[in-house]
Unconditional design. Structure first.
Length: 264
C-alpha cells in the first residue's frame, strides 16, 4: 500500500510514466551511429520544433547535416557524462550544464537563450488565471509538471511556487512527467486540467493555450546554455554549428519561436 506523502513530496501514484523519449530521438534510429560528416546535437525537449528549423537553415548554408537528439536535459546530461559521442549540448538550465562541465571544450559554454514559465490549459477552456495562486481553485484537480527533482522546467516551476508560498498547497495536485513536452502532452490528451510549461511550448501546441505567462523579472531566470563536447565525433563541425547558433540567422529563428536572447 502506498503511504500518504510527506509535506512537500509528490505521491508516486500521481506520476505519469510515459515511455516516449525514444520517439523524440530522430525517428527511433540509433543516435550514436551518425557519420563524421554530421553534427550530433543533444538538446532539451523544449527546443524540439525550433531546433529542427535551425538545423535546416544550417544545412542549407553549410551543406553539413545535423542530427538532433531531444530529451529532458537531465537525461541528456547523464548520457554525455557516460561517454555518449555528442558534438553539441544545449541544456534548458545551468545545473545540467554543470553536470557535464568537465566533458565540454573549454571556452565553448555560451548562454544562448531565455524563456518564461507559463500555465497551459486546454484550448477550449476560457478560464484565465490572474496568478499562480489561482491554481488552488478546485477546477484544477490535476496539474502536469516536469519532474521537479530533475527536469529543468519542473525545477523552475517548483522554485517559483516555493517563492510564492504555494508549493505545499499544490503538491497534492501535481503530476510529474519525464520532460516538459510530456507535461504538455498530458494536458493535450485530457489527462490533467493544466500544465506548468514554457511559454514557447504552448506556442506550438495544437490543443492547448496559455492561461498565464509569468512576466520576465517576476519568474525564475530560465537560461539555455550550449557547449561543445570534447568526445564528439565532429569537433570542427561542432564549433561551426555553435557559431551558427549565436549568429543572426539562428537568432531570428529563435526569436520567431518566442525565445528571448540571453544577456551576457
Amino acid at each position: 500500500m502506498i503511504g500518504t506523502p510527506r509535506s512537500g513530496q509528490i505521491s508516486p501514484s500521481r506520476r505519469i510514466r510515459v515511455g516516449l523519449l525514444a520517439c523524440l530521438v530522430t525517428g527511433g534510429a540509433s543516435i550514436w551511429a551518425a557519420p563524421r560528416s554530421e553534427v550530433l546535437v543533444s538538446a532539451a525537449s523544449s527546443l524540439s520544433d525550433v531546433l529542427h528549423d535551425v538545423a535546416a537553415a544550417y544545412e542549407l548554408e553549410t551543406g553539413e547535416r545535423v542530427a538532433v537528439n531531444l530529451a529532458a536535459s537531465n537525461t541528456l546530461a547523464r548520457q554525455i557524462a557516460a561517454g555518449a559521442p555528442v558534438d553539441v549540448f544545449i541544456s534548458a538550465d545551468q545545473v545540467q550544464m554543470e553536470v557535464v562541465r568537465q566533458a565540454l571544450e573549454p571556452g565553448t559554454w555560451v548562454n544562448l537563450l531565455r524563456n518564461q514559465l507559463a500555465v497551459a490549459v486546454a484550448a477550449g477552456v476560457d478560464r484565465e488565471l490572474s496568478s499562480l495562486a489561482d491554481l488552488r481553485d478546485p477546477a484544477y484537480r490535476r496539474i502536469a509538471i516536469g519532474d521537479p527533482a530533475a527536469v529543468p522546467a519542473g525545477v523552475y516551476a517548483r522554485q517559483q511556487l516555493e517563492r510564492l508560498g504555494l508549493w505545499d498547497a499544490l503538491v497534492p495536485k501535481l503530476v510529474p512527467t519525464g520532460s516538459v513536452r510530456l507535461a504538455l502532452a498530458a494536458l493535450e490528451i485530457g489527462a490533467v486540467d493544466a500544465a506548468l510549461v514554457y511559454r514557447t511550448d504552448i506556442a506550438v501546441a495544437r490543443r492547448a493555450r496559455a492561461a498565464l505567462v509569468i512576466p520576465v523579472g517576476e519568474g525564475p531566470a530560465i537560461v539555455y546554455p550550449v557547449g561543445v563536447v570534447k568526445r564528439g565525433r565532429n569537433p570542427r563541425g561542432a564549433r561551426r554549428f555553435l557559431a551558427f547558433l549565436v549568429g543572426p540567422v539562428a537568432t531570428e529563428i529563435f526569436s520567431r519561436a518566442g525565445f528571448l536572447q540571453s544577456t551576457p
